[in-house]
Design a protein around this ligand. Sequence first.
Ligand SMILES: [Zn+2]
Length: 234
Amino acid sequence: MSTLLKNIFDSTLHLFYPHTCTGCGSDLLEDDQLLCLKCIHQLPHTNFANIKNNPIEKYFWGRIPLTAAYSQFYFSKEFLIQHLIHQLKYKGNTQIGFYLGEMMGKTLLSSSRFNDVDALVPLPLYPDKEHKRGYNQATVICNGMSSIMNIPVLNGAVTRQHATETQTRKHRTERWENVKSSFKVVNEKELKDKHLLLVDDVVTTGATLEACGSAIVQEVNTRLSIATLAYAAK
Ligand SMILES: [Zn+2]
């Protein structure tokens, strides 16, 4: 097809199937594009991946032994990233999660602190929650990372189960024990003797990541790092 014809074809297609930026809703010309250039430039990168003792690592000091930790973006109300994560978690937009995962993969490949990671572990959701959503957003992010980093995503090596009814009424310390005990390593062989990267969408208090990470390092001889798409500054 000649360029002119292709252009006419593409713009006709565009009329029938308008393609818009996931961030701001403005028209996009390329069908494979998810964000416009303006939005791409507005993404609030932290640049923490190369910084030792960055705020994410400080979160976990004294809580869990980590090789490294980082978040790709700042998460706060006025930022575009909140909208994108909302799209990923509640609007079924897995494409944007994969795309942001690819961005993380590129960052990590060029970081000397993460470039020896052997496998990605998505933070498990409760099975009923995952069933309702249709996917685990952390797995979607991992898939994007994996496509760039060429390392496996270990789905199902760790599981998460609800505590029983009576346990949920216990006081705070026991509730924490509960969160901790909700994660179970089910495939030790797959996890051992590696540098694992535990991945989630947003880190706020870090309690869930700590619980899952603790379950892993207590059960398995392995090195552990943590990566999240965004971090909500306290
Ligand atoms: Zn945009």
